[in-house]
Design a protein around this ligand. Structure first.
Ligand code: ZN
Length: 402
């Protein structure tokens, strides 16, 4: 038994060392073995062995020679820049796919709207069709290193299963990771949408390299993702970060989760349109005579200074501010990033949210807490799914070599 555990331990150390080297290469660009040894604390000999493995599997390439420190000029190495992943973002009403490189650049993308009547096997066929379309045009199929998937929760990341998203009737216990692995024989990783978007910010957005961050997805629903020590914080059963379902008003409106007065029931896109519909029923809706109550119409009306639309969206921003302040008091993150259609469709929400959060949090920093709007709009989960699979590959570099 002792020898087994020693072998397992050696494998774990190997995994960690390879992962350190990959992250150091990503942070540094072009570096020598000696530089990598300095950054990771590993010996030059260990680095040399790891780099040889990565070269053999096209993970790393030589990028010229550095400055001599008295002897021969050192060879420099960098991550192979042509490697890419495919990302799949499953939304309530559409599926997006894209090819995304290690810099987070979208090289090519596809999008298909889905209707509520689609069955799970039809969705599966659609996902594979969209991935096939991307791969058809790819001359460098060997540079495709994995597939990342983002989907509304709850999801089980261990088994790669989308469990039962409340707003997508067709999906129940969908083992999407197994399905995609079987078709494409590549590493696949599934992440909950707001966690994926948080990882996207951590890998490619303005929150890159921040150790802790709270991401809030304020869209049709309200989700949250927590980055802690550079990783997604999942909680006991994968449920951490569900900021949309903490109670803001006891006895408030019923939420899709079955509870009452949740942030999502008060400040989500669905809640905004329900409130607009109630105003329309009472003949109190927009004085311009606008009969539509969809989110886009409401954003446009607010932009045109329609008081009712502005009031509705300001009320939403107030609720979001209170909810985010509650979460910030519990988590004390280094930064808060807010994404989703509400803050992009109604940019003034950011000012209100920032004011309320800073007014309500117990915070001992000298500067106000950093609260930013995500730079990613509708591609947030797509970029996030790419970050999720890159993160998975960097955590377990052996996956590059099988
Ligand atoms: Zn709820």
């Amino acid at each position: 038994m002792a020898s087994l555990s020693t072998a397992a331990n050696a494998e774990e150390i190997k995994r960690q060392n390879r992962s350190f080297v990959l992250h150091a290469l990503r942070n540094s660009g072009s570096v020598s073995n000696a530089d990598l040894a300095g950054q990771t604390g590993l010996s030059v000999m260990s680095i040399s062995t790891i780099i040889k493995e990565f070269l053999a599997h096209d993970v790393v390439e030589s990028s010229g020679s550095g400055t001599s420190q008295g002897g021969r000029k050192p060879i420099l190495y960098q991550l192979q820049p042509d490697n890419y992943v495919v990302s799949v973002a499953i939304h309530v009403d559409n599926i997006q796919t894209a090819k995304i490189n290690m810099q987070g650049e979208i090289l090519q993308s596809e999008k298909k709207r889905i209707c509520g009547q689609l069955k799970q096997n039809e969705l599966a066929a659609l996902v594979c069709d969209l991935i096939d379309q991307l791969m058809e045009d790819s001359r460098e199929k060997d540079k495709l290193r994995g597939i990342g998937v983002s989907a509304p929760g709850p999801v089980d990341t261990e088994t790669g299963t989308i469990i039962k998203p409340p707003n997508i009737q067709a999906i129940e216990q969908w083992e999407i990771t197994a399905l995609i692995k079987e078709h494409y024989q590549l590493p696949v990783f599934l992440e909950r949408d707001a966690n994926a978007a948080a990882l996207g910010e951590h890998w490619f957005g303005s929150s890159e390299k921040k150790e802790s961050m709270l991401y809030v997805l304020a869209d049709q629903g309200i989700g949250g993702g927590i980055i802690f020590k550079g990783k997604v914080y999942r909680g006991f059963l994968n449920g951490a970060g569900e900021i949309g379902h903490h109670t803001i008003e006891m006895g408030g409106p019923k939420c899709s989760c079955g509870s009452y007065g949740c942030l999502e029931a008060l400040a989500s896109g669905i809640a905004i349109t329900m409130k607009a519909e109630a105003l329309l029923d009472q003949n109190k809706w927009l004085p311009s005579g606008e009969q539509k109550t969809d989110l886009l119409t409401i954003f446009q009306a607010a932009e045109a200074e329609e008081p009712l639309a502005k009031q509705l969206l300001e009320e939403t921003a107030n609720y979001l501010g209170v909810g985010i302040a509650n979460a910030a008091n519990i988590l004390n993150p280094e930064e808060i990033i807010i994404g989703g259609s509400i803050v992009h469709g109604y940019p003034a929400a950011m000012e209100t949210i920032t004011y309320i959060v800073n007014d309500r949090i117990l915070y001992n920093g000298k500067e106000p807490l950093s609260i930013k709007r995500s730079q990613f709009k509708e591609e947030a989960q797509l970029v996030g799914a790419a970050a999720a699979i890159w993160d998975h590959l960097f955590s377990d570099p052996q996956l590059f070599m099988t």
